[in-house]
Design a protein around this ligand. Structure first.
Ligand code: NI
Length: 174
């Protein structure tokens, strides 16, 4: 399955609120599969549909270690149903904000409800990297990027850097 181009900051589509999926059908499964390929190819540990310019509430995640077998998670219409009061700081990056990493503070543990690749309702409880990743990807569905959790100064610096890079690419006709 071919990979899809990933859109990057400052693309305004990253600010869109994605639409819920009415039914997990073959078309949604094809989208999930294309997203997984694209994520593995990048490589990354999570991808939301809006990152390939599809504004639907669809996410793929795989936080398995390099030497472990793949463990893909397909999340359709995911929702956080519970978050711990305990917080955790994790260094985050994003395929739509390449080569930029910052510490982000979020709840350390969450429960999330979602439809899986077969349209079955499921709930998982996560901690560590998976908890961070689930929250980061659900943020994407609401038009929120991890830099939105940083101080205004850091966020503006990051946005400026990517705006400059985009302007330079446009100038060079790339
Ligand atoms: Ni991201």
């Amino acid at each position: 399955m071919p990979t899809r181009p990933i859109i990057c900051l400052p693309d305004p589509r990253l600010k869109l609120v994605s639409e819920p999926v009415a039914q997990v059908d073959d078309e949604v499964r094809a989208l999930l599969d294309a997203m997984l390929e694209t994520m593995y190819d990048a490589p990354g540990v999570g991808l939301a549909a809006i990152q390939i310019a599809v504004p639907r509430r669809v996410v793929v995640i795989d936080v398995a270690g390099k030497d472990d077998p793949p463990a893909p998670l397909f999340l359709v219409n995911p929702e956080i149903t519970w978050a711990s009061e305990e917080l955790n700081v994790h260094e985050e990056g994003c395929l739509s904000i390449p080569d930029y990493y910052e510490d982000v503070t979020r709840p350390a543990r969450v429960r999330a409800r979602f439809l899986d690749r077969d349209g079955q309702q499921r709930e998982i409880e996560a901690d560590g990297l998976l908890a961070t990743c689930i929250q980061h990807e659900i943020d994407h569905l609401n038009g929120v990027l991890f830099i939105d959790h940083l101080s205004r100064l850091k966020r503006e610096r990051a946005i400026k850097k990517f705006q400059k890079a985009a302007a330079k690419r446009a100038e060079e006709g790339m």
